[in-house]
Write a protein that binds this ligand. Structure first.
Ligand code: HEM
Length: 202
C-alpha cells in the first residue's frame, strides 16, 4: 500500500528499496570477491576486517541520519534510519559469525575464553550486545510499548559506536589512522548532539 506522503512525492516510494539495495552492495562485493578468490593470502582475516569495517560504517551512517535531517530539513533521512540501523546489526552478525566460524572454527571453549579474556574482543562483544538489544526493540510495536524507555535505550547507540571505535583502535595498535578517522566522525556526531541538547535547553 502506498502512503499519502509517497503519493505526494513519488521519489519517496523508491527511497526505501533504493537504500535497501545500496545496503546490500558491500555484501555483494564480498561474495563477488570470495567467488573470484580475491581475498588475499588470509581470506578469513580479510573477511573479518571487511565485515567489521562495514559494521562501523553503517553504525556511523545510522548516527548521522538525524543530524542530516535536522540540518537539511529533509525527513527522508529519518525514514530510512531504522532500516540502516538494522543493516548495522546485519553486518555485525556476519562479522561475529565469520569470527566464530572461520577464525575459531566453532571451538566453543576458545570462543568463550576470547570473549572474556581478550579486551579488544570483549569491547566488540559489548558493542554487538547493544546492537542486538536495539535491533530487538526496533519494531514499531516495541516503540509504542516502551514509551520513553525506548528513547533511553536507543541512546545506547552512542556507547555501541564508542566501543566499536575502541575495538578498532585496539586492533590497529600503532597504525591508528583509520581509528582516528572513524573516531573523529563519531566525535563530530556526538558533539553535534550535545550542542543541540545544550542550545535547546538553554
Ligand atoms: C563479539 C563481537 C566481535 C568480535 C568477536 C570481533 C572480532 C574481530 C576480529 C577478530 C577482527 C579482525 C582483527 C584482525 O585484524 O586480526 C575484527 C575487526 C574489526 N572489527 Fe570486530 N568484532 C566484534 C564486533 C565488532 C563490532 C560490533 C564492530 C563495530 C561496531 C566491529 C568493528 C571492527 C572493525 C572496524 C574491524 C576492522 C579492523 C581493521 O581494519 O583491521 N567489531 N573484529
Amino acid at each position: 500500500m502506498t502512503s499519502a506522503a509517497s503519493r505526494a512525492r513519488p521519489g519517496l516510494a523508491l527511497l526505501k528499496p533504493a537504500v535497501f539495495s545500496a545496503s546490500l552492495l558491500p555484501l555483494g562485493w564480498l561474495v563477488w570477491r570470495i567467488a573470484a578468490n580475491d581475498l588475499g593470502p588470509d581470506p578469513a582475516q580479510e573477511l573479518a576486517i571487511a565485515t567489521g569495517e562495514w559494521t562501523l560504517r553503517f553504525l556511523l551512517i545510522t548516527l548521522s541520519l538525524t543530524p542530516l535531517r535536522q540540518l537539511s530539513g529533509r525527513p527522508e533521512f529519518v525514514r530510512v534510519r531504522r532500516m540502516v540501523g538494522l543493516f548495522t546489526l546485519f553486518y555485525a552478525a556476519i562479522h561475529f559469525f565469520v569470527w566464530m566460524s572461520l577464525l575459531l572454527a566453532f571451538r566453543w571453549f576458545a570462543i568463550g575464553e576470547e570473549l572474556v579474556e581478550r579486551p579488544f574482543i570483549s569491547m566488540g562483544f559489548a558493542s554487538l550486545l547493544i546492537l542486538i538489544a536495539l535491533g530487538i526493540t526496533s519494531p514499531r510495536a516495541m516503540v509504542r510499548r516502551m514509551g520513553k524507555n525506548w528513547k533511553r535505550l536507543h541512546r545506547l547507540i552512542y556507547p555501541a559506536a564508542i566501543f566499536g571505535v575502541i575495538h578498532l583502535a585496539w586492533i590497529l595498535r600503532t597504525d591508528l589512522g583509520e581509528a582516528v578517522l572513524y573516531g573523529s566522525i563519531l566525535a563530530l556526531l556526538l558533539g553535534y548532539r550535545l550542542w543541540r541538547r545544550f542550545t535547546r535547553s538553554a
